[in-house]
Design a protein around this ligand. Sequence first.
Ligand SMILES: Nc1nc2c(c(=O)[nH]1)N[C@H]1C(S)=C(S)[C@@H](COP(=O)(O)O)O[C@H]1N2
Ligand SMILES: [Mo]
Length: 414
Amino acid sequence: MSDRPKNPGRRSWLRAAGAAAAWRSLGLAVPHWRLIPAGLLPVVAQAGTDELERYGKSELRLLNDRPLNAETPAHLLDDAVTPAARHFVRNNGYVPAAATDANAWSIQVHGEACAAPRSVTVGELKRRFRQVTLQLQLECGGNGRAEFRPRASGNPWTTGAIGCAQWRGIRVADLLDDVGMTDAAVYVAYRGADRHLSGASDKDPISRGVPVAKALEPESLLAFEMNGAPIPLLHGAPARLVFGGWPASTSGKWVNELLIRDRVHDGAKMGGKAYRMPCEPMAPGAKAKDDAMCIIESMPVKSLITFPESGSTVQAGNRFEVRGHAWAGDDRVKKMHISTDFGATWQRARLSRPANRLAWQHFRAELTLDTRGYYEVWARATDAQGVMQPMLVPGWNPKGYLNNACHRIAVQVT
Ligand SMILES: Nc1nc2c(c(=O)[nH]1)N[C@H]1C(S)=C(S)[C@@H](COP(=O)(O)O)O[C@H]1N2
Ligand SMILES: [Mo]
């Protein structure tokens, strides 16, 4: 046996894995699977790929086209501020038609605990309230779901349902202050203009929210712009909520109703097992009772290696840079570590301050690997409370939320 393992080129070994995922995401048995040429993508997946192209998102990996869901490969998230073209997309229903006049878009503000219910237009909000610009991380609660065993139902996100764009809009607190909240206020929730997949007009695809305290934070926005341009249709034009650090399902898109509730909001995907974790840890694959599930609030500490691309080749003895981002829900990331020996030893990476609270932080480390062969680079973030990312997939749960296991990439040293 040769001491040098014969590694196939990156193209073949990674592409093959990508194609396999696309076939698996069909959710159907393929009787002639032995005859599929290597790298061939299912034609139905390509139909959705055309749709991604139409929205300027052709680099994303399609998970589903009805509704449209797509994630970003890790190496395409290398930018400090995520461009719209590389921000993942998660839809629960059908994308509504684009508004012909964004300023005329109206939002009904009401609810049991709203003192003076009324309708406001985006134009009026922009005129009357101070606008602020913040970089805010949005991560789907199901990011990482694909790794749970037994498999959890839902979109098989791997690592790419995270982005950190710059959002500009008004503070939710200013609007709440304007309409007035009664003492009964408990939750602030949204309804959007998207349609339910069944076509039923009386059903919401999703309608979630946050407790009043989160809504009142100075970083909680009703946004009109993403990265200095009007929000693209897929991301919720002309008005969307942005609650950085919480499951992105709380950040309602195409908002046309804002509700001040006197109870925990009970809209679509607030109850049952949706966006909830078992209140107490459970055995993998066990059955959970709905009343033993707790609503997910702040997201856990996590990080992503965005450079080099997994599968890259580096020269033995040459220095190379490893970089990426780290975030910790409502908290901050305090430390960042990198390992190239499967976690036996760790070296500290340099970590930047966030652009503002609830924005991801960037890390960098310089590495040199002297011996040829296959390596993995692992990254591990620690938050300000001292909580670290786990090495392995944490707490199994029925819907596969909150997988914040360390990100691993493959590097071949030649
Ligand atoms: N109206 C509406 N808002 C929504 C959704 C939706 O389907 N409809 N999806 C939510 C979920 S589950 C996520 S993860 C984020 C995704 O935001 P993005 O598509 O801009 O990345 O939007 C949230 N807001
Ligand atoms: Mo989500």
